[in-house]
Design a protein around this ligand. Structure first.
Ligand code: FAD
Ligand code: EGO
Length: 469
């Protein structure tokens, strides 16, 4: 037992508590320090849940510590997006096959479940209400400050910062090593509202991610187990600030989300927008994720992203799998595991941070409900047409564990092919016009066109295969 490694995790959020389970399973002695009090002891306000979309990567990570079943049991499948247009019409667009759906899970419930699972291990100890304040990177020691300002000093073989987007460990690492760091606040903020049940039932169709695409103003709603919906409104801070009076607020909602107003309730809308400040959204990239063989950051601490892909937690959970695999590969030699982790994970984390930012730019620039529908229908159509080659980007990201950077590369190839198809189509169309002008019989034109189209189809199919597989 003398060889047992000591690991200290900073942060008992989603990634910290899951990571603790992974490391305890290996037999390490794990100590988790969390700045806030134990959420399990905090009282919960009913009907005020915050939820998250859990997809393939997150689920795979939970599966490996035997938690997938429980989490999925406590979540609600969302099998399609439901696009709400300005007229209040609703258009469902499926995510894919029957088994392709994302899960709406309660953040707090998930965190409590992970804490309970971690606590079942004899070799995990939690210390709440203690925040990381200082590190000695040479001696491998860290100091945590309690509520009475007393200091606890920890010595460990490995310190892992899972302390979120404003990570203290990352900040300390930045001063100790040549750590590159980049952050960006976007002009948008967000506010959460709740849709209460109607007649004790969900007020809207339940197995959907509800989206109100309104260019600059984006609103979504995810279902909760208590039959409420958590609605998130994303808008530029400027717009939030311009809504000064109750009348401004209601007018704005009636203009942009007429169908949502009766569901949310005018009183609730006014009260929430007047009393709560919009929260900010930050994107963080950094490199490397480690110092030497005993300091590492994971989850949002290493790669916070804007929430427009629903991947932040999923990516953080996947981090735990990647670290676990490298622990096996390098036989627990941290001096090899950590650099390998940085190299492998940085490529993918950068890719998903960029994808999330790209969605933000794309969705707000021109995506109203019509365009959103068109884009997603087109994606589904192409997938039906070329089932082996065309995989929508959202599908690759959310329903597979294809490395994020590979999703991006594959998408680039697919885009190129579609571009070529466009050229070929134009050429054929021109050819068709020429034939017509020459006055050949219509029957002949029809057979030629059908002929050409089947040739074109098989050509595209083979080209796609060559490119992608
Ligand atoms: P956190 O959850 O932030 O946990 C960090 C923990 O560290 C906290 O408990 C904190 O108290 C503690 N801590 C901080 N500093 C210290 C310190 N100095 N000492 C000790 N402890 C400390 N992701 C998805 O996958 N799907 C979604 O649908 C989704 N929706 C989102 C919507 C919004 C509006 C936002 C903002 C994010 C969303 N995300 C989503 C992202 C997701 O919330 C994060 O990626 C995830 O919470 C990251 O987990 P984490 O454990 O790394 O960090
Ligand atoms: C054209 C149309 C270009 C988060 C649509 C890009 C994100 C993007 C915030 C959804 C789903 C889970 C989410 C889709 C696109 C969560 C998500 C999507 C939002 C906002 C979100 C989709 C929480 C981008 N997944 N998604 O295809 O359904 O498409 F709308 Cl604002």
């Amino acid at each position: 037992m003398e060889n047992t490694k000591n690991v200290v995790i900073v942060g008992a959020g989603l990634v910290g508590s899951l990571n603790a389970c992974y490391l305890a399973k290996r037999g390490f002695n794990v100590k988790v320090y969390e700045r806030r009090p134990d959420i399990r002891t905090q009282q919960h306000v009913k009907g005020r849940s915050i939820n998250l979309a859990l997809s393939c990567r997150g689920r795979e990570a939970l599966k490996m510590v035997g938690l997938e079943e429980t989490v999925v049991h406590n979540g609600i499948p969302m099998r399609a997006r439901m696009i709400h247009d300005l007229d209040g019409k609703r258009h469902p667009i499926p995510y894919g096959e029957k088994d392709q759906y994302i899960m709406s899970v309660d953040r707090r419930n998930l965190n409590e479940l992970l804490l309970n699972a971690a606590e079942k291990h004899d070799n995990i100890e939690f210390v709440f209400e203690h925040k990381l304040v200082r590190c000695n990177f040479e001696s491998g020691q860290a100091e945590f400050e309690g509520p009475d300002k007393s200091i606890k000093t920890e010595t460990a073989d490995l310190f892992i910062g899972c302390d979120g987007a404003f990570s203290s460990l990352r900040n300390l690492m930045m001063r100790a090593t040549r750590l590159n760091y980049q952050q960006e606040y976007i002009p948008h903020g967000y506010i959460e509202l709740t849709i209460q049940p109607t007649n004790n039932e969900f007020a809207m169709e339940v197995n959907y991610l509800h989206i109100w695409p309104r260019n600059e103003y984006m609103m979504i709603a995810l279902p909760n187990q208590d039959k409420t919906y958590t609605t998130t409104l994303f808008m530029p801070f400027k717009v939030f600030e311009s809504l000064q009076t109750e009348d401004d607020i209601i007018e704005f909602f009636k203009e942009n989300y007429p169908d949502a107003v009766p569901l949310l309730g005018e009183g609730h809308i006014k009260q929430t927008l007047i009393t709560t400040k919009a929260q900010s959204l930050i994107s963080v990239k950094c490199y490397p994720y480690h110092i030497g063989s005993n300091w590492l950051i994971m989850g949002d601490a290493a790669h916070a992203m804007v929430p427009f892909y629903g991947q932040g937690m999923n990516a953080g959970f996947e981090d735990c799998i990647v670290l676990d695999e490298l622990m096996n590969k390098y036989d627990l030699d941290f001096s090899q595991v950590l650099p390998a982790y940085t190299e492998k994970r940085h490529t993918d984390a950068t890719a998903i941070c960029d994808l999330a930012m790209y969605n933000y730019i794309e969705m707000r620039s021109a995506v109203n409900s019509k365009l959103f529908l068109l884009r997603k229908k087109m994606d589904n159509f192409l997938q039906k047409l070329f089932p082996n080659s065309w995989i929508p980007l959202y599908t690759m990201v959310s329903f597979t564990r294809t490395r994020y950077h590979e999703c991006v590369a594959r998408r680039a190839k697919q885009d190129k092919i579609i571009q070529y198809c466009g050229y070929i189509f134009l050429l054929l169309a021109t050819g068709g016009v020429v034939v017509m002008v020459k006055g050949v019989g219509t029957d002949h034109i029809l057979t030629t066109v059908t002929d050409r189209f089947s040739q074109l189809y098989s050509y595209i199919e083979t080209t796609l295969h060559k490119f992608i597989l």
